[in-house]
Ligand binder design. Sequence first.
Ligand SMILES: [Fe+2]
Length: 286
Amino acid sequence: MTAATPMRPEGTAADWTVPQDWKRYTPAEHALWDRLFARQAAMLPGRVAPAFLAGLDVLRLSKPGIPDFDELSDRLMKATGWQVVAVPGLVPDDVFYEHLANRRFVAGNFIRTPDQIDYLEEPDVFHDVFGHVPLLADPVFADYMQAYGEGGRRAGGMDAIDKLARLYWYTVEFGLIRDGDGLKLYGAGIVSSFGESRFALEDDSPNRLGFDLRRVMRTRYRIDDYQQTYFVIDSFDDLLRQTQETDFAPLYAALETQADLDPETILPTDRVITRGSQTHARRHSA
Ligand SMILES: [Fe+2]
């Protein structure tokens, strides 16, 4: 994920990357990765999109523990032409988009501490690699991520960036996808979280609405708790098509005239899959 204007830390290259320096991880850090991986890999089958499970094999490298990005990139390059590059933390939007547009995924090179096993504020290597990389091995989703980066490169001003960030948030980070009569997870923020993996799919609290690109771009989101609304795409093909076929400049101009929507809002025009009780959000704001 991104932030508006962090300062480039000393020791980073002009594109904000750093060597991953895999050898510096401690046995405890590798063990924490293995523990998180095992917990999610046991819980996700049946809940996550089949493409994610297929892509998970890309992360099963020659040695256990935190993946070595060089080895991981070799495998991913063969699958879809993507690479994983290390960064020390959040990077500015323009840097982030430039990497995506060139099929490079930026991943934090640090791992959370054991007391942050269920919650952390800045994305670490487990969120970035376990959450994001499996779908980068899917050809259609891989193209969507590049298309998103190209859209970001063209977006220009801050208002447009904010709206585009909502598209990323409600798809790449917190998206759900139709699977026959049911729903499955695919967003990295969900699938890397033990709690939200169950909440997003099974809890009565959140809304689940059919994905609509323009509507999503109007919708604010929560960064401090589980989402109040999840948007459900029909397929990765449809998500890619909508992103490629949308002329974003006039869309941004049109959205300027419309008010932003609160995260829990349901509009008469929404395709409602689940009307949430919002009990979780109310309990936590009390
Ligand atoms: Fe992420």
